[in-house]
Ligand binder design. Sequence first.
Ligand code: PMP
Length: 395
Amino acid sequence: MEIKYAARMANLRASEIREILKVTENPNIISFAGGLPAPELFPVKEIKEINRLVLEESGSKALQYSTTEGYKPLRELIAKRMNNRLLTSFDADNILITHGSQQALDLSGKVFLDKNDVVLCESPTYLAAINSFKAYECTFAEVETDNEGMVMENLEKMLQTIPRIKFIYVIPDFQNPTGRTWSLEKRKALAKLAAKYKIIVIEDNPYGELRFEGETLPSIKSFDKEGYVLCTGTFSKIFCPGFRIAWIAGDKEIIHKYVLVKQGADLQCNTLAQMEISKYLELYNINEHINKIIDVYKRRRDLTIHIMEEKFPKAVSFTHPKGGLFIWVELPTNIDAREVLVQSIQRKVAFVPGGAFFPNGGKENTLRINFSNMPEERIVEGLTILGEILYESIK
Ligand code: PMP
């Protein structure tokens, strides 16, 4: 066969996480790899009830085509929740419902990126965002990132000197992969730089509501007076990822461009799923549900940190996230986390090596640990094994 693929396909590789997740489908593997929510927390009983209600009350509407923008009552509810929590001032028309926030990222590439355009991102950043943007043949400039977000002096220098920057992609709350959260000062500073250099910011926030301690910080969007900041949100981590219902919110003119490209992508999101989530928000208190998730994840985070402190060599350092799903681990610079993974998979423990989260490569001595998906006894067992492997690798 001689198949003439589009040039953009040359840059695309299977995501490392997806490849590893294939191994983790084996139930004997203790997986700290994916970003999977705890399945025992899905509100299956309630969803069964709302499914029945939606079909009984408005079955023919729920099974019909609907608008690209998405189900209006759901967009209204999302705008209200965002305004309360993130101090934004959205209404339904600022919001487009997307097929996961992953689709919002892909559509961002379609709306903004021409070949050889530049995306500025945190270093490291979310692997599937890298892959999504890469399909539009962009390049990446990684901005040095400390415990409180991007180093602003470096960011500004890059904005002044790098041509063709199209947008800045950030995950300010409990970042994937590091678990770090941006400080208030850096949020303000980023909104200011976006306005000064007239650059779009994509504020991707799937984890912000999973805060275990401390105060919720205002969104970057809340400091944006000009309309350069777009926010994504999702029901994946606070409800169920299987619904694939999420959104992007921003200036109406920009959101209209997203509507145009979504029409070409898939016309609209699943009507039934949108109506079901809307019904759930109407009949149940989602904040109570989120509090249940927080209780479980906080316990798992505490346990994970405790076992890592006890069982990992002292030369290994890691972040202490105040929420979300992930901990970022740094090994001594001469240790390659991919080699550690090979041994660890043999002993039925999985994680994601950190190198893949750097779009331009490097830092192979890092890895990401997810703490949301495994029950507590498996967390202890898996991290104890990983600690033994790390001791052997580091000696
Ligand atoms: N952004 C980030 C930072 C993520 O970690 C994820 C999920 N792992 C997504 C977006 C996509 O989530 P979803 O499509 O389920 O909304």
